[in-house]
Design a protein around this ligand. Structure first.
Ligand code: COA
Length: 167
């Protein structure tokens, strides 16, 4: 039986930390669906379509990985796609409390779905999508933290902002 895992997130944008988790998860499971959250309490900088397109390009070399968007409850989405495994990356001990709480809620909602934690790469434990967005907003170099596709997306956004007169 093939085991499909779901790696959910806002991915606004996907960072090298996320890529590392996705790569490692893809080697652990038969199939991995990177699930980009549509409706989130965050107000994403990149549109859902942009986030899905970027992640699709970034992970295109991984044969068993697909990228999809989802709305509603994560456990409902996982059931819909036939997955019993949710993958989350843990960067630091500070992530732990929150992640264990969410894993507990999800287990309560769907006892047949397990959350698996992957320790994020040590050298990027400080990294988050909002840090990357802040550096990019202030015209800093984010190329060490994201795939070139994301660097280009930020540049496109910046040029558009200049063109429309609000940068
Ligand atoms: N490398 C770098 N950054 C990482 C990382 C890694 N390995 N792992 C996590 N992060 C960052 C993320 O980029 C994000 O950064 P930001 O806050 O600066 O944008 C942060 O750590 C984690 O944010 P969080 O909100 O915990 O997770 P998320 O945005 O990645 O995804 C969902 C959250 C979408 C999975 C979750 O909200 C969800 O499941 N929503 C659907 C509704 C639902 O079912 N809720 C659960 C029941 S209440």
């Amino acid at each position: 039986m093939r085991v499909t895992a779901v790696y959910p997130g806002t991915f606004d944008p996907m960072t090298v930390g996320h890529i590392d988790v996705a790569r490692r998860a893809s080697s652990m499971f038969d199939d991995l669906i990177v699930a980009v959250a549509a409706s989130t309490t965050k107000s994403p900088f990149f549109s859902l379509e942009e986030r899905v397109d970027m992640a699709t390009t970034i992970l295109s070399d991984l044969d068993n990985v697909t990228v999809q968007s989802f709305g509603g409850l994560l456990v409902d989405y996982a059931s819909e796609v036939g997955s019993k495994v949710i993958v989350r990356g843990l960067r630091a001990i500070s992530d732990f409390e929150y992640e264990v709480q969410i894993a507990g809620v999800n287990r309560h909602l769907a006892p047949n779905i397990e959350t698996v934690f992957i320790a994020a790469a040590q050298e990027y434990t400080f990294l988050s999508s909002s840090i990357v967005r802040e550096i990019a907003r202030l015209q800093g170099d984010v190329s060490e933290f994201v795939h070139p596709e994301v660097v280009e997306s930020f540049a496109r956004r910046h040029h558009r902002a200049i063109h429309e007169g609000y940068a």
